[in-house]
Design a protein around this ligand. Structure first.
Ligand code: AMP
Ligand code: TRP
Length: 333
């Protein structure tokens, strides 16, 4: 079975950016790639590359699992699991670290950004994180990896590592291809539209959380920072705020930017923002209802167990094979 693999870090409540840039895309891909099996996991091993509170981790791991399902993913051809429950991810990460060069890791822009923000010391885990991510993908011989824009560089490294190993040990890994959504690839902050909408932003007004109340969602959109030009036109450079709201609308409704531009040609910012708020509220309401039904259900745990079982079989086999391939342990008779 061909695989599509992706992970998401349990590092905070899900926001609209992650939903549109990543989860909603999975839902679409499930309909497009009907002969692939989807492996989606909660990347908790990635989350601890920066120190986290235990209670916070537990809560977000569970919340995220429920949200994945609530967001409309179908259970057929889907294995949803928690990364740390499959030991092979840690094992593969170590092995791949031994194929990754320091210089490659030093070049990673996400490492540089995150390291700079750390006040207390940068962990070795943060540095080697791209090797862990490469392992997540290569363990399953993923053909495609759907990710947002900001993960492109990590995907490139994964491909380089796969090729490096393949050159030495005759085509051991499938070289994965990134799947980056065309619209909604980058949803920006509502307060500083030149910055990505992020769960780690100190300003809560910069984002919409998937489980936010309707009145909060409306308030955040109505007060989103825009320009003073008063025309609804897509221009990322000069009108980043309005362009961001248009991107949000387009990603949810599947209307093109041109169609949206035409529909709101004579509208005020106020009217346009109200429409965006309606669209977002309507999109999120059913997700929230499904989430509430799932979060404490046996159904969710059972599905996560099933997912782990499917993934574990494949991953264990691959990592044992890799050990053997590179000459570790004893030769099998
Ligand atoms: P993170 O929550 O930062 O681990 O990201 C999970 C996935 O969502 C990754 O594929 C990111 O690229 C994507 N993502 C996160 N924030 C945004 C955003 N503001 N716009 C679009 N995609 C995002
Ligand atoms: N590093 C990714 C992020 O921060 C999450 C992730 C971990 C991932 N492992 C992965 C994504 C494997 C795709 C495939 O968003």
């Amino acid at each position: 079975m061909k695989h599509i693999v992706s992970g998401i870090q349990p590092t905070g409540s899900l926001n609209l950016g992650t939903y549109l840039g990543s989860i909603k895309n999975f839902v679409k891909l499930q309909d497009t790639y009907t002969d692939h099996h989807f492996l989606l996991f909660i990347a908790d091993l990635h989350a601890i590359t920066i120190p986290r509170e235990k209670a916070f981790l537990r809560k977000t791991i569970k919340e995220l699992s429920a949200l994945y399902l609530a967001a409309g993913l179908k259970k057929e051809r889907l294995s949803l699991f928690i990364q740390s429950e499959i030991e092979a991810h840690s094992q593969m990460a170590y092995l791949l670290q031994c194929f990754t060069y320091m210089g490659e890791l030093e070049r990673m822009t996400q490492f540089k950004e995150k390291a700079q923000k750390q006040e207390k010391g940068v962990t070795a885990g943060l540095f080697t994180y791209p090797s862990l991510m490469a392992g997540d993908i290569l363990l399953y011989d993923a053909e495609y990896v759907p990710v947002g824009d900001d993960q492109k560089q990590h995907l490139e490294l994964t491909r380089d590592l796969a090729e490096r190993v393949n050159n030495r040990f005759d085509d051991f890994f499938t070289v994965p291809k990134p799947l980056i959504p065309e619209v909604g690839a980058r949803i920006m902050s509502l307060t500083e539209p030149n910055k990505k909408m992020s769960k780690s932003d100190e300003n809560v007004k910069s984002r919409i959380l998937l489980l936010d109340d309707e009145n909060i969602i409306r308030k955040r959109i109505m007060s989103a920072v825009t320009d003073s030009d008063q025309t609804i036109r897509f221009d990322k450079e000069n009108k980043p705020g309005i362009s961001n709201l248009m991107t949000i609308m387009s990603a949810i409704t599947n209307q093109s930017i041109e169609t949206i531009e035409a529909s709101y040609k004579d509208a005020t910012y106020q009217t346009f923002k109200q429409s965006v708020a309606d669209v977002v509220v309507n999109e999120l309401a059913p997700i929230k209802a499904r989430y509430n039904a799932l979060i404490n259900s046996k159904e969710l745990d059972a599905f996560l167990d099933e997912g782990a079982e499917y993934a574990r079989k494949i991953a264990m086999k691959k990592v044992m094979k890799f050990n053997h391939k590179i000459g570790l342990g004893r030769k099998r008779k």
